[in-house]
Write a protein that binds this ligand. Structure first.
Ligand code: SF4
Ligand code: SF4
Length: 161
């Protein structure tokens, strides 16, 4: 959804957001039940765990080789040419990253993560303009329709909508 400011070339050279440090496992994307069941059949190597009453996330613990909190484990759906999932299968979390829909004091807000190098090279105004031209409302609407797919806000990120 951020294609106008995030190029495929940028992501091909990066893939930062498709690996997860042990200490940042709260960042793994959420899947609904039907997508999780479909992916379990298609990718038997992928493991899931419950995240909410109707949501699931990746279980990556078996992939770490040490107790180092900085060690990274790649998403099981990351292939040589990027994400293996179709548009329909890809988690909403991934489709809007580095934006996030989050719950803050009972309200849903759109937050900008500060770790995407391609976005960080640009003025924050680029993201704000995109969010204010319809994307923010679209994200909030999804969040209201799918409350179990929305995480609590983590401190330190910028609220952009
Ligand atoms: S961190 Fe940013 S540039 Fe890197 S793969 Fe993710 S979205 Fe693309
Ligand atoms: S589902 Fe796809 S986009 Fe999301 S973290 Fe995994 S490989 Fe990356």
């Amino acid at each position: 959804m951020l294609k106008s400011i995030l190029s495929g070339e940028d992501c091909d050279a990066c893939r930062f957001c498709c690996s997860f440090r042990r200490k940042s496992l709260w960042e793994t994307p959420l899947f609904d039940k039907s997508t999780k069941e479909k992916l379990e059949k298609k990718y038997p190597q992928a493991r899931f765990k419950n995240a909410g009453s109707e949501s699931f996330t990746l279980d990556l613990l078996h992939l770490y080789k040490s107790d180092d909190s900085e060690e990274e484990a790649a998403c099981p759906f990351l292939g040589d040419k990027g994400c293996l999932l179709s548009k329909e299968e890809k988690p909403f979390d991934c489709s809007i990253w580095p934006l996030r829909a989050t719950k803050i004091d009972g309200q849903v807000k759109v937050m900008l993560e500060n770790t995407c190098p391609a976005i960080n090279r640009q003025p924050v105004k680029n993201v704000e303009n995109l969010v204010n031209s319809g994307l923010g409302e679209k994200i909030i609407s999804y969040a209201k329709e799918n409350p179990d797919m929305i995480k609590e806000c983590m401190p330190g990120f910028k609220i952009v909508f």
